[in-house]
Design a protein around this ligand. Structure first.
Ligand code: ADP
Ligand code: MG
Length: 220
């Protein structure tokens, strides 16, 4: 998916959080966003997800003005610490995945994603019995259920152990290689093997975006 932001500013009430942000991603680009807590990273992706309402002509998704955009099913999203999801009720991993699936991913593909992320054996587990890191990986598989063209991951490896962080990046790199545009917010980018193509530094609401040569071949 192509994404274009043009002079986007955004704030809550009177306080400005994002200042005049412009950037462009092509299909298959991989953007990593870094910045201190409170710098506006989650706010920015919520603008791209249509959760935060922005003025017309500031954000385009596949060349469609976000206020006219309808194909939200093309976007996979893993929120930061699931703060947008209530998991206090008894439901299994499989039930969560079925509830989020509109038919695009086959049963075999679903099992493959579960296996690749190391949670195949948890399919019938009640989600309340999972650790934070396991649940995080369930949400990653959930975000893939409709074969997204854009995958947005907000600090997805918090609470995930080193082996599974590596599996996670290998999966994300493969998805990216298949043409999925990735936007990843993370604090562990230095140690990670993410094959990103762009880095954004957010500092007090101002963004600097750099294109980098992708580290192809380091991970698969
Ligand atoms: N829904 C909201 N209402 C009001 N202020 C918010 C809301 N969400 C975030 N903020 C504020 O906006 C600033 C940026 O937050 P956020 O985008 O979550 O930062 P980051 O993800 O980089 O840690 C913070 O000062 C935060 O308190
Ligand atoms: Mg955040």
């Amino acid at each position: 998916m192509r994404i274009q932001l043009t002079n986007l500013s955004f704030g809550y009430d009177y306080r400005t959080v994002l200042k005049d942000i412009s950037f462009k991603l092509e299909s298959g680009d991989f953007l990593v966003i870094i910045g201190n807590n409170g710098s506006g990273k989650s706010t920015l992706i919520k603008c791209i997800l249509g959760i935060n309402k922005v003025p017309s002509k500031k954000i385009y998704l596949d060349d469609v003005n976000i206020n006219d955009y309808k194909s939200w099913i093309n976007i996979g999203y893993v929120p930061q610490k699931f703060d947008d999801f209530n998991y206090e009720f008894p439901i299994t991993v499989n039930e969560i995945l079925s509830a989020s699936r509109y038919g695009k991913v086959s049963e075999e593909e679903k099992l493959e994603w579960l296996d690749r992320l190391g949670i195949l054996e948890l399919q019938n587990e009640n989600i309340n019995n999972l650790s934070g890191g396991q649940l995080q990986r369930v949400f990653i598989v959930r975000s893939l259920m409709n074969k997204p063209k854009l995958l947005i991951l907000d600090e997805p490896t918090v609470g995930v152990d080193a082996t599974n962080v590596e599996r996670f990046y290998s999966t994300v790199n493969d998805l990216n290689r298949m043409g999925v545009t990735i936007i990843l917010i993370t604090h562990d980018i230095k140690s990670s093997k993410a094959n990103f193509t762009h880095v954004m530094h957010l500092h007090q609401g101002e963004a600097t975006v750099k294109k980098v040569a992708p580290k192809r071949g380091e991970s698969s």
